[in-house]
Structure formats: structure tokens, C-alpha cells
Ligand binder design. Structure first.
Ligand code: SF4
Ligand code: SF4
Ligand code: FES
Length: 341
């Protein structure tokens, strides 16, 4: 049976929607139709794909205006006489046809401080409670399809926000590390607020709606992060401190502690431990300025240090080797040595 498809074709200089009548068989997905087009009428139709199993995150596209994975969109979900329109992701610059330049996301990944294990714990000695693993495990399901990034109106309609906004994929990364029982950075929320643009998000949940891994991006990552930031900003004791001290005193670093409470290493890492509470009260009363959300120090390039590069306890060897410079130009991936046993 032949069905009507409309596919955007073009490149960075412009393009148009083209019409095709393509055969559709039982059980096929949209990516099958693109492959059939490549095998018949349009051998030069460009489309990214890899696994055809919803796991590599390559085949992101917009199908009838909705950001989806081509390999996970069954043709049976459309009406029999429905026209299927396939267009590239709108938020990222088009390279050709359905292929877009998603390097924005890799730049934001590069800016996100990496996992920072505590000093004195060798990789083989990491021990975590299952309950702590469960909480952040949801975010590890991310396949980096960037459908959430493409959907978020903060950058979809406002190119100018891209500099200041990392997007939902990197909010879940920040939340994941914030919940990680062995991550030694205690300023993830402050960094998300000050440097990743967490405040731009108005929790519309569009990102959650399109996530093919069904990660509850807004409910389980963004909202808890926002709550922690707001908790610190509107803590009644902090407010009392603000009433007692004048603005210039609050901004005077010699008054505040400048330190962020030490993370509890067991139980609920998103909630302050009792010792954190005590520290927080002290900080709130003696220097409310120290409790305002603020980013950690940034380097001369305007970016925060990448923990992997500066930490004495690196997270693990880079699969790219030690001589690789970022951003990657020529990838020299070192395959691990096969186990000889
Ligand atoms: S909930 Fe926030 S991050 Fe997600 S799409 Fe809406 S504005 Fe963007
Ligand atoms: S969070 Fe979901 S939508 Fe966003 S990149 Fe990961 S898998 Fe894709
Ligand atoms: S081809 Fe891998 S997710 Fe679609």
C-alpha cells in the first residue's frame, strides 16, 4: 500500500518540502520509509541513524511537527490516509535534509562539570547504597537524542538564549550528579542556577513529554533543583539575616562564610542532613550573603573548570587517550585491551 509522505530537503542555504508516495508494509516504522526512499527515489536523502532500536539517539526528527525518534515511530500510529510530514529538528542548524548540527549540545556537555569523586577513594572502592543509586539511575537512561533540547521553547524560539541556557538534558545531568552519593561537588544547584540557565525554565514539561526514555525530566530533576535553590534563597533565617544586615554588608565577602555545606554521604542527598542544617543556620544568621545562589569561580575563559582536568582524583581514564585536545577534531578512540583471562 502506498502512502503520502512529505519530506524536507535542503541545506543551510534553504530547502523545501517534497512529496512522495511510498510503499508501507505492516510493522514498519518511519525510519523504514526513509530507507525505502533512499533505496528508490532519493538515494541522496541525508538522515542520521545507527541502532534502529531506540538506543543510539541518532534518528531524532520532527514527524508531523512532533519531535520523535524515526526508528520508534510506528506507521500504525497514523490514520491510513494520513499524510506523514518529516522535517529536521528545528532548534539546531540544518546540515542537509534531516541531518542537523547538534554541536550546541556537546558544547554544553563540555561546560558541565564532570563527576568529581572524593579524595582517597580509588575507583574500585566506590560503595553506594542501592537507594542512592536508584534515584539517579533514571537519568542514566538518557540516550542523548536531544529531543528535549529541541523541544524546549527557551532555545527553540530564542536563538539568543543558547549562550546562557544549557537545556533539560544538562539539567538532568546536574541533578544526577547532585544526587550522586560519591560526587564531591556541593555546588551543582548553584552552578545550574548561575551558569546553566535553570531560572529560564518555567516547568512547562514539554521536554518530559517528548523524552523517548520516559525520564521525568521536570518532576524529578528540574523541580527538585529549583526547590533547593529557592530554599536557600527564601530560607526564613536567611531572610532574617537580610533584615539584620545592610545590602553592602551582605555583599561583603568578609562577613559571609562563603562555604557551601558539606554533603551527607548517606541517605537522601537532595535533602540537607542535620549537620548541613546546623551549618546553614549559622551561615544564615552570621552572613546571609553567603547563602544566596551563586556560581562557583570561573576561569579566564568565562567557564568553570572541568573537574576531570583539574581534580587530583580523576573519574577514570579518558577513552580518547591523554593526548586528546578538546573540542575534538580528529577522534582517536582507544579501544580497551581485551581481557586476557
Ligand atoms: S520544562 Fe523547562 S527545560 Fe523543559 S521544556 Fe519547559 S522550559 Fe524547557
Ligand atoms: S533526556 Fe530524554 S529527550 Fe532528553 S536527550 Fe535524554 S533521552 Fe533524549
Ligand atoms: S536509530 Fe538509534 S535511536 Fe533511532
Amino acid at each position: 500500500m502506498k502512502r503520502h509522505f512529505r519530506v524536507w530537503r535542503g541545506d543551510a542555504s534553504g530547502g523545501e518540502i517534497q512529496d512522495f508516495q511510498v510503499e508501507v508494509n505492516d510493522g514498519e516504522v518511519v525510519l523504514d520509509i526513509i530507507h525505502r526512499l533512499q533505496a528508490t527515489e532519493t538515494p541522496d536523502l541525508a538522515c542520521r541513524w545507527n541502532c534502529k532500536a531506540g538506543k543510539c539517539g541518532s534518528c531524532s526528527m520532527e514527524i508531523n511537527g512532533k519531535p520523535r525518534l524515526g526508528c520508534m515511530t510506528r506507521m500504525s500510529t497514523f490514520e491510513e490516509n494520513e499524510t506523514v510530514t518529516i522535517t529536521p529538528l528545528r532548534t539546531f542548524p540544518v546540515i542537509r535534509d534531516l541531518v542537523t548540527d547538534v554541536s550546541f549540545n556537546y558544547e554544553k556537555a563540555r561546560e558541565t562539570p564532570a563527576f568529581a569523586p572524593p579524595p582517597g577513594v580509588a575507583p574500585g572502592d566506590y560503595r553506594m547504597k542501592q537507594v542512592d543509586v536508584d534515584r539517579s539511575q533514571e537519568f542514566r537512561k538518557c540516550i542523548e537524542c536531544f529531543l528535549c533540547q529541541n523541544t524546549c521553547h527557551v532555545v527553540r524560539d530564542h536563538e539568543e538564549n543558547k549562550k546562557a541556557f544549557s537545556g533539560p538534558r544538562f539539567f538532568i545531568r546536574a541533578a544526577e550528579l547532585d544526587m550522586h552519593p560519591l560526587d564531591d561537588r556541593t555546588d551543582r544547584k548553584e552552578y545550574a542556577q548561575a551558569s546553566q540557565g535553570l531560572g529560564y525554565c518555567n516547568i512547562t514539561k514539554c521536554c518530559t513529554e517528548v523524552c523517548p526514555e520516559h525520564i521525568k525530566i521536570t518532576d524529578n530533576a528540574i523541580i527538585p533543583m529549583k526547590e533547593r535553590v529557592v530554599d536557600r534563597r527564601y530560607d526564613p533565617l536567611v531572610r532574617l539575616g537580610r533584615k539584620i544586615f545592610r545590602r553592602d554588608q551582605l555583599e561583603d565577602p568578609s562577613i559571609g562564610h562563603g562555604g557551601i555545606p558539606t554533603r551527607s554521604r548517606s541517605g537522601d542527598n537532595m535533602a540537607p542532613s542535620s549537620s548541613e542544617g546546623v551549618t546553614g543556620v549559622a551561615a544564615g544568621l552570621s552572613g546571609a550573603g553567603a547563602r544566596l545562589p551563586q556560581g562557583p569561580p570561573i576561569g579566564p575563559d568565562g567557564k568553570m573548570d572541568v573537574a576531570e582536568l583539574v581534580s587530583q582524583n580523576a573519574g577514570g581514564p579518558s577513552p580518547f587517550g591523554d593526548d586528546q585536545e578538546f573540542p575534538l577534531r580528529k577522534i582517536t578512540y582507544n579501544h580497551p585491551e581485551p581481557d586476557k583471562d
